[in-house]
Ligand binder design. Structure first.
Ligand SMILES: *[C@@H]1O[C@H](CO)[C@@H](O)[C@H](O)[C@H]1NC(C)=O
Ligand SMILES: *[C@@H]1O[C@H](CO)[C@@H](O)[C@H](O)[C@H]1NC(C)=O
Length: 327
């Protein structure tokens, strides 16, 4: 009887609380530092820090008192890399800040080249760069190769276009070149805008994918969705059905006319996806992290910030969703 009573008492205590030990074992298995910031629903939180103005992870940690779990950097494979047959990061990585942050590096390596130029040799050079610069220094790399491939192939940003077979060979080349490094994970992350170009033709198959995610930025003036509405179908199809971890590679919120959302709207969306009042239910099984697009002008015309340059009231509201994790 005493056992049942204490169970009931425990069950009525809110899950969120400053003294709860929070860990997402799946995230830790995929390289996330257990001492990173984590939501009360067990989702690690990190950032894509802006490059202009240059925001470091050290800046964000100083502002919040919590360490971001993931560190997204955008970079490009260029024709110079193809011509030289080699890749050295093209000076696009703030290496010291990335290493000292302790975060997982999400390398969003874009293809400003044809799919057929993503050769085995170039991929081996990419693998060697990440090994020499990051994984040998203890940094786990989630290689978000050709992220939003459906959207960028449609828009022309990825000149390889919608040649699915060529994309698959490029993807396999990158997967095969990095597969021997157990600190590099291939991260498949299309755009949600499946009305213009669906994600399905770009699916490499679960044997060539380690982590799945989807980029999505709701329009605040059209209603702020919950997790299930925003990601549920994608999660069921690619994460749950394949037993693969799900991570939001980048997100933020704006208005449909390209204006900045209000602080209240940003905070509502953030809460909905990492710390909803009713929990994440079954979606928590494979869901390990969320990376916020911490960008603003001039690099981006829209202000997405929830930490950088914000007063303590806003920062406090942001980190009211998270706690310092512990194993
Ligand atoms: C990648 O490696 C697998 C397993 O060895 C192989 O079957 C596949 O053909 C390789 N992909 C490419 C594009 O070479
Ligand atoms: C959640 O998972 C449980 C256990 O696998 C299952 O019984 C239940 O139907 C699931 N609920 C939903 C809404 O998918």
């Amino acid at each position: 009887m005493a056992g049942i009573l204490s169970f009931l008492t425990l069950a009525s205590v809110p899950l969120a609380g400053p003294h709860k030990r929070l860990e997402n074992t799946l995230g830790v298995q995929y390289g996330i530092n257990a001492g990173s910031m984590i939501s009360y629903d067990g989702v690690y939180f990190g950032y894509a820090p802006n490059y202009d103005p240059q925001v470091t992870m050290a800046d964000l940690t100083a502002a919040t008192g919590q360490k971001g779990a993931t560190y997204n950097v955008y970079s490009q494979l260029t024709s110079s890399n193809v011509d030289s047959g080699s890749y050295d990061g093209n000076d696009q990585y703030n290496v010291d800040d990335i290493i000292s942050s302790g975060a997982v590096l999400i390398a969003s390596l874009m293809t400003s080249i044809d799919w057929t130029d993503v050769s085995t040799g170039l991929c081996e050079s990419v693998a060697s760069y990440f090994e020499g610069t990051f994984t040998s220094k203890g940094v786990t790399v989630w290689l978000r190769f050709a992220h939003e491939m459906n959207y960028y192939a449609d828009s022309g940003t990825y000149p390889g276009g919608k040649k699915y077979n060529e994309f698959m060979t490029a993807w396999q080349n990158m997967y095969n070149a990095t597969s021997s490094n157990d600190k590099i994970y291939m991260y498949w992350s299309p755009n949600d805008d499946i009305s213009s170009e669906p994600a399905a033709p770009w699916w490499p198959g679960k044997e060539y994918v380690d982590i799945v995610g989807m980029d999505y930025y709701p329009n605040a003036d059209q209603g702020i969705p919950d997790f299930a509405t925003a990601y549920g179908a994608f999660y069921d199809t690619y994460a749950a059905a394949n037993g693969l971890p799900f991570a939001i590679g980048e997100t933020g919120i704006q208005t449909s006319s390209g204006g900045s959302a209000t602080t209240a709207q940003k905070e509502e969306w953030l809460k909905n996806i990492i710390n909803p009042a009713d929990g994440l239910g079954n979606y928590s099984e494979y869901y390990m992290s969320c990376t916020w697009f911490e960008y603003g002008p001039p690099a981006n015309s829209i202000d997405y910030y929830v930490v950088y340059g914000q007063g303590s009231t806003v920062v406090d509201e942001t980190i009211a969703n998270t706690e310092i994790g512990s194993a």
